[in-house]
Design a protein. Sequence first.
Length: 359
Amino acid sequence: MLSGPVVDLAEALAGLVPQLPKVMLLSTGGEANEAAIKLAKLVTGGWEVVGFAQSWHGMTGMAASATYKAGRHGYGPMAAGCFAIPAPNAYRPRFAGVDWQTELDDAFDLIDRQSTGNLAAFIAEPILSSGGVIELPAGYLAALKQKCIERGMLLILDEAQTGMGRTGTMFAFERDGVVPDILVLSKTLGAGLPLSAVLTTDQISQTADDRGFLFYTTHVNDPLPAMVGLKVIEIVRRDGLAARAAALGDRLKRGLRALQQNYDCIGDVRGRGLLLGVEFRALGRNENHSARALSDAVTDRALHLGLSSNIVRTGASDGVMRIAPPLTATEDEIDLGLDLLDAALEQTLEQLPRVHAAE
């Protein structure tokens, strides 16, 4: 059943991405990724799906099969036809001295060797959040889409965490000028209510309809979450929250890099807008001095001091603090967060035995 709020939200989302005017409203990001992958399979006629080895797309069915960061051990076989390639990581490159284009070319050469000729989609986060806040470098998305075009695959972008202004633009893909074939949104879109969306092109939608695409759930097109989604879009645009995220993100990143200069245990600061990551580096061979132990200890100490950051660590990259303040944060709150993180770092390191920095 369609209701006024559902139609209005679909129109509002289509207005944000005119190239993707067809919208399906669902409940969770994982569920939306399920629908996106199923859509890609039906439209392309393929069934093989490629993702990043550091990815997180959901905990059910194909979404779980395309998730490689965590949650794979002990559950039996995943879906057939799922492949992974490494995400580009400037701080910890998979192969030293190899640029991302060469790495991408090599990865797809391996995909081509393993594929049965039924590639359907590549699903990616523009910034891999749970995987360690790994930002795809400028130019990467365009190259990735070209790889998809060459193989008749669809590019699915999972912007559950990067969409709705968080990275400094309404959607992270806008920086690259690359529009995906299918866009998935959730989290911020519902402001705490279960709401997600799948956006795609007229052509893909028409082909799917012609072939009898089917994806229904109990809560598809619910009006209440749709009303909330409409209000979220209104506020994000009215209050300029994307531009605010860019400005606050610059302020936060400068503060984090200042901390990096003061603490040898911080190896890298990265990310975009208000989705940033602080990667620790080991201070010694003792387990207590490992990057993971330092990240966990600083996180726990920060919480004790009143700073909630990086609390959800399931699937997080070892040794990386994920920092994603509210888009409505103030400059004073950003500065207070930096002060508390500074204190957490100082107190954590004071409790560790003196060690020499790891080579």
